[in-house]
Design a protein around this ligand. Structure first.
Ligand code: DAH
Length: 337
């Protein structure tokens, strides 16, 4: 009987190893371990054995049964892993659905701004995100003791005087360094400030800069371009107003406000009941800045402006917290088509 058991073990294991699908494995299980299977049949004869032989045969039959069971389990696992591999290479299956994506709402605003300004004849310019103090401050007429240079506001890199640009006005300088008038550029891009994130601040944000330098450019041109931009972005009914302000690199400088698109200037929650929304800064390029760039300020004049696309996007969509743009919550981002 011991011999028969060993024979059953050997053939069963050989047959299981040769099986190529789970159905034949099931047949093998029935063949050996089933109620009428070979092993079960054999065990029925245990009682006919002698008292010495019986415990040995009992022990071995258990071993054989376990061995066959183990072999079946391993083989089934191996075959189903193989099945999965097969699925991966089944080129007839339809493709997996990839979630649809949309352009980030801030980028949508930037795209529209670029369109509005290129229609007026501006071209897009770019500058580096890592700047130096000269381009970020000195050339923009911002004196060495200006508080904006403080490390509390500006993110300096370890290699002084390198820093992360705090405004896109640097691109004005970069452009005037290598281009002579007429100059008509806009420069959208990322800026960095050492701000703690709250509803209105985020350490990374965008600005879009504008610069137009030519003979005979006046404040009236500035106002015309700003009105065109405000109406293009916020609607034809929009009006603007310019209020005196200070920026180191423009003289005179102004803050631009537009009538609130939510209430058309009547006053509502979006504009805190004033009817006007502050959108950005602007002004006539300071003659000193032009002269430093070897552009003759007797001959040429220019204007510049700078806006925050995050702010513009918030105004357009009634968003009250800038952090929404950077939390990467798809439920928020997918709302904007
Ligand atoms: N860069 C300025 C800021 O971050 C915004 C600005 C104001 C840009 C006036 C200009 C400008 O070009 O003329 O506050």
């Amino acid at each position: 009987m011991l011999e028969t058991l060993e024979k059953i073990r050997a053939t069963a294991i050989k047959e299981i190893a040769a099986a190529t699908d789970t159905e034949s494995l099931e047949l093998l299980r029935v063949e050996y371990l089933g109620r009428k299977g070979q092993l079960t049949q054999l065990l029925r004869q245990l009682g006919t054995l002698s008292a010495e032989e019986r415990p040995l045969a009992g022990k071995l039959s258990n071993e054989v049964k376990n061995a066959i069971q183990r072999e079946l389990t391993t083989r089934i696992a191996a075959l189903s892993a193989g099945d999965q591999r097969k699925v991966e290479f089944d080129y007839t299956l339809p493709g997996r659905r990839v979630g649809t994506t949309r352009r980030h709402p801030v980028n949508q605003t930037i795209d529209e701004l670029v369109e509005i300004f290129t229609d007026i004849g501006f071209t897009v310019a770019e500058g580096p995100l890592i700047e130096d103090e000269y381009h970020n401050f000195d050339a923009l007429n911002t004196p060495a003791d200006h508080p904006a240079r403080d490390e509390k506001d500006t993110l300096y890199l370890r290699d002084y005087p390198l820093l992360l640009r705090t405004e896109t006005s640097t691109v004005q300088i970069r452009t005037m360094e290598h281009t002579k008038p007429p100059i008509r550029i806009i420069a959208p891009g990322r800026c960095y400030r050492n701000d703690t994130a709250d509803a209105r601040h985020y350490p990374v944000f965008h600005q879009i800069e504008g610069l137009w330098v030519d003979e005979g450019i006046s404040f009236a041109h500035l106002k015309g371009v700003l009105l065109e931009f405000a109406r293009g972005l916020l609607g034809k009914e929009t009006n603007i107003r310019l209020r005196p302000h200070f920026f180191p690199f423009t003289e005179p400088s102004a803050e631009m406000e537009a009538t609130c698109p939510a209430c058309n200037g009547a006053g509502c929650r979006v504009c805190s009941n004033v009817g006007w929304l502050e959108l950005g800064g602007a002004g006539m390029v300071d003659p000193q800045v032009l002269d430093d760039m070897n552009i003759d300020s007797e001959k040429y004049t220019g204007f510049a402006f700078g806006f925050g696309p995050e702010r513009l996007t918030m105004v357009r969509h009634g968003i009250t917290d800038i952090r929404n743009f950077y939390n990467n919550d798809l439920r928020f981002l997918r709302q904007f088509q």
